[in-house]
Design a protein around this ligand. Structure first.
Ligand code: CP
Length: 318
């Protein structure tokens, strides 16, 4: 994709330009207000049909997309692997083509396989939005993280953001890395070497081996979930040991030279990568991230449907 307008699909932040990322964030900003109204609905996507295909567990992303779709007045259908013909062996493409035969407009897909969203997007005419594919990308999570950081820090150019923990298995980390770097942030990662990619030194980011050093440097920490379900074995000695060495704890934050913004994409392993008094503490923006997720997804749906940024303002009042 090139130019400021989004193309057919949103598959990852790697393929977006800085201008396209800014366009989504700038479109999301005024859309936030719709969710604060008593009647949380505008007719921007009236008549459109969107299918949410969730082949992996999800609370935040699935519900957030559904709220975003409903608040823009789209008609939505939710499909999970269990209870659909996927459980009888139907392929992903056959499922999507059958849905298209019923005249749908967009598909939101979460899938355990990296590349599943691209695979689908190349084979169907409907817009495809990646809601997380394996360990590849989770672009709307990356965008809502950027919006939350921008709300707090303003322009992200030169701001210091560290991704902490299981970078190796994290699609959230990959989308954050692309998005933050494109917006000019100074990005770091911190975690045990076993949970950082082999080519971490080629990512163009700082690497901290000690959480204390990351805390001393950063203005914001995005604490990643230890993805225990994606680990075969042997990445860390034990969860207790991980918390002792890399956990984001109140004691560690109290030694920071400045207030640090604390983020987490959820779901959290409390007492492992983050302690409860940090997750629920004064520097946490974890629930702001969730709130911003609805506006970011409204913006993505709206722009992919052909909406122009100036119409987001008009949609607000409609
Ligand atoms: N952050 C995130 O993707 O959460 P869910 O898995 O609950 O959707």
């Amino acid at each position: 994709m090139s130019g400021p307008v989004l193309g057919k699909d949103l598959l990852g932040l790697e393929e977006l330009s800085a201008d396209q990322i800014r366009l989504i964030l700038d479109t999301a900003q005024p859309l936030k207000e719709i969710s604060e109204r008593t009647i949380k609905k505008v007719p921007a996507l009236r008549g459109m049909t969107i299918v949410n295909l969730f082949f992996e567990a999800s609370t935040r992303t699935r519900i957030s997309f559904e709220f975003a779709e409903k608040r823009l007045s789209a008609d939505t259908v939710n499909v999970a692997a269990a209870g659909s013909s996927i459980s009888k062996g139907e392929t992903l493409v056959d499922t999507a083509r059958n849905l298209e035969a019923m005249r749908i407009d967009m598909v939101v897909i979460r899938h355990g396989a990296s590349g599943a969203a691209r695979f689908l997007a190349d084979r169907i005419k409907s817009n495809v939005i990646n809601a997380g594919d394996g360990t590849h990308e989770h672009p709307t999570q990356g965008l809502l993280d950027l919006l939350t950081l921008r709300d707090r820090l303003g322009d992200l150019a030169g701001r210091r953001v560290c991704l902490v923990g299981d970078v190796l298995h994290s699609r959230v980390a990959r989308s954050n890395l692309w998005g933050l770097k494109k917006l000019g942030a100074d990005v770091a990662v911190c975690g045990p070497r076993s949970l950082l990619p082999n080519a971490v030194d080629e990512l163009g980011v700082r690497v901290f081996d000690r959480i204390e050093a990351a805390i001393e440097w950063a203005e914001a920490l995005n604490v990643l979930r230890l993805q225990l379900e994606r680990m075969q074995a042997g990445y860390i000695p034990s969860l207790r040991e991980y918390n002792r060495v890399f956990g984001v704890t109140r004691e560690r934050l109290e030694r920071a030279p400045r207030d640090i913004i604390i983020m987490h994409p959820g779901p959290m392993n409390r007492g492992v990568e983050i302690d409860s008094d940090v997750a629920d503490g004064p520097h946490s923006v974890i629930l702001e991230q969730v709130t911003n997720g609805v506006a970011v997804r409204m913006a993505v749906l709206y722009l992919l449907a052909g909406g122009r940024p100036e119409l987001a303002e008009a949609a607000k009042g409609a």
